[in-house]
Design a protein around this ligand. Structure first.
Ligand code: ATP
Ligand code: LTN
Length: 331
C-alpha cells in the first residue's frame, strides 16, 4: 500500500505564487507517489470573519485552482472539509485531549490574536485542533506544508500519540513534509516577510489569477538589494527570493541561472521573471476557466464519497476507543 498524504488550503483571499511554489506544486508531484487527499478547508476560514457569499465562491474557485495546477481527481481525492461532518466531530473529541497550555503556545494563534486583539474567537484558538482532525481522520503518513505549519504538525503528532496512549492505538502518527527549496517565498515588497495574501502592500504578492500587466508591474516594483550581483546569496534576500521563484518556475539549476544573468542588470532579471511567470500563468488560467460547474460538482461529490469511507471508519474507531457507544457516525 503506498503511503498516504493529506494537505489543505483555506478558501480565503486569492491564491498566490507563495502558495503555489510552497505547497500546491509539490502536491502535484507527490500525488503520483502517494495516495493523496487534498482538502479545501472552509471550516478553518470561518475562524476569522468572512463574507458568506464570497466564502462560498472562493471555496469553489479554490477547487478549480487545485485541478488547474494539475491535481488529478482520478488519482487524488479532492474534497471540501465541510462536506464531511466527521472533521467537526473529531475536533470535539480531540478538544478533550488537547491542553489549553499547548494551544496557547501556538505562534500562528498568537500572531493572529495580536492582530485582532478584541474579537478573537474560540474557533481561532481551536484552529490547530481542527487541522489535527483533518490529518488524523485519514490515517495520514505525510503532510506536505510550508515551514509556517511545522508547529501545528508537532501538535497533531502529540495529540495522536496521547490519544493512542490513553485509549489504544487509533491514529497513525503523521510527519511533516517540508520542501527544501521554496518552502518560504518572500514578499516582493519586503523580503524579510513571507509572501502573504494578508500583506498590507498588494504589490508584494503575485496572485495566480493576476493578469499579465499586474504580474509585470509587481515584479518591476520588487525591492532589490544593494549592489549589482545576481547570485543566490543568503545575505542578499531580495535577489535570492527573485532567483528562487525563477528557479522553481523554470526548473533550471542554480549555476545555469547565475551564468544566464551574469553581467546583466536587475531590470532584466525582473523582466525575465515577469515573462516566465506570465507564460506559466496563461495556460493555468485557461484551465481554471475551462472547468464547468457540473464537472466540479461531480469531482467534489466523488471526493466526498472517497473521503467519507475512511473518515467514517476512523471516527467510529475513536468513539469506540473512548467508550462513546451508540453514537451515530454516518450522516
Ligand atoms: P497567507 O499567509 O497568504 O494568508 P496562508 O498560509 O494562510 O497564506 P493557506 O491558504 O492557508 O495560506 O495555505 C496554503 C499553503 O501555502 C500552506 O501550506 C502554506 O504553508 C503555504 N504558504 C503560504 N504562504 C507561503 C509562502 N510565502 N511561501 C511558501 N509557502 C507558503
Ligand atoms: N493550517 C493550514 C491549512 C490546513 C492544513 C490542514 C494543511 C488546514 N488543515 C491539514 C495540511 C493538512 C494553513 O494555514 N496552511
Amino acid at each position: 500500500m503506498p503511503k498516504r498524504i493529506l494537505s489543505g488550503a483555506q478558501p480565503t483571499g486569492n491564491v498566490h505564487l507563495g502558495n503555489y511554489l510552497g505547497a500546491l506544486r509539490n502536491w502535484v508531484t507527490l500525488q503520483h507517489e502517494y495516495q493523496s487527499f487534498f482538502c479545501i478547508v472552509n471550516l478553518h476560514a470561518v475562524t476569522v470573519p468572512q463574507d458568506p457569499k464570497l466564502l462560498a465562491e472562493k471555496t469553489r474557485e479554490l477547487a478549480r485552482i487545485y485541478l488547474a495546477v494539475g491535481i488529478d481527481p482520478d488519482i487524488s481525492t479532492v474534497f471540501v472539509q465541510s462536506d464531511l461532518p466527521q472533521h467537526a466531530e473529531l475536533t470535539w473529541i480531540l478538544n478533550c485531549v488537547a491542553r489549553m497550555s499547548e494551544l496557547e503556545r501556538m505562534t500562528q494563534f498568537k500572531d493572529k490574536a495580536r492582530k485582532q486583539s478584541e474579537n478573537v474567537t474560540a474557533g481561532l484558538f481551536d484552529y490547530p485542533v481542527l487541522m489535527a482532525s483533518d490529518i488524523l481522520l485519514y490515517q495520514t503518513d505525510l503532510v506536505p506544508v510550508g515551514e509556517d505549519q511545522r508547529q501545528h504538525l508537532e501538535l497533531t503528532r502529540d495529540l495522536a500519540i496521547r490519544f493512542n496512549r490513553d485509549y489504544g492505538d487509533t491514529f497513525r502518527v503523521p510527519q511533516a513534509y517540508i520542501p527544501k527549496v521554496g518552502a518560504r517565498i518572500m514578499s516582493l515588497s519586503d523580503p524579510t516577510k513571507k509572501m502573504s495574501k494578508s500583506d498590507d502592500d498588494p504589490n508584494g504578492c503575485v496572485m495566480l489569477l493576476d493578469d499579465p500587466e499586474a504580474v509585470s508591474r509587481k515584479f518591476k516594483r520588487a525591492v532589490t538589494d544593494s549592489g549589482t550581483e545576481i547570485t543566490f546569496d543568503d545575505s542578499r534576500p531580495a535577489i535570492t527570493n527573485l532567483l528562487t521563484i525563477y528557479q522553481l518556475l523554470t526548473g533550471q539549476p542554480t549555476g545555469e541561472i547565475e551564468s544566464h544573468f551574469a553581467g546583466k542588470g536587475y531590470a532584466l532579471l525582473k523582466q525575465d521573471l515577469a515573462d516566465v511567470t506570465v507564460e506559466f500563468l496563461r495556460p493555468f488560467q485557461e484551465r481554471v476557466k475551462g472547468i464547468g460547474a457540473e464537472e466540479l460538482n461531480r469531482i467534489l461529490g466523488q471526493g466526498r464519497e472517497k473521503a467519507r469511507q475512511i473518515a467514517g471508519t476512523t471516527l467510529a474507531n475513536a468513539y469506540a476507543a473512548m467508550g462513546i457507544v451508540g453514537a451515530c457516525t454516518t450522516d
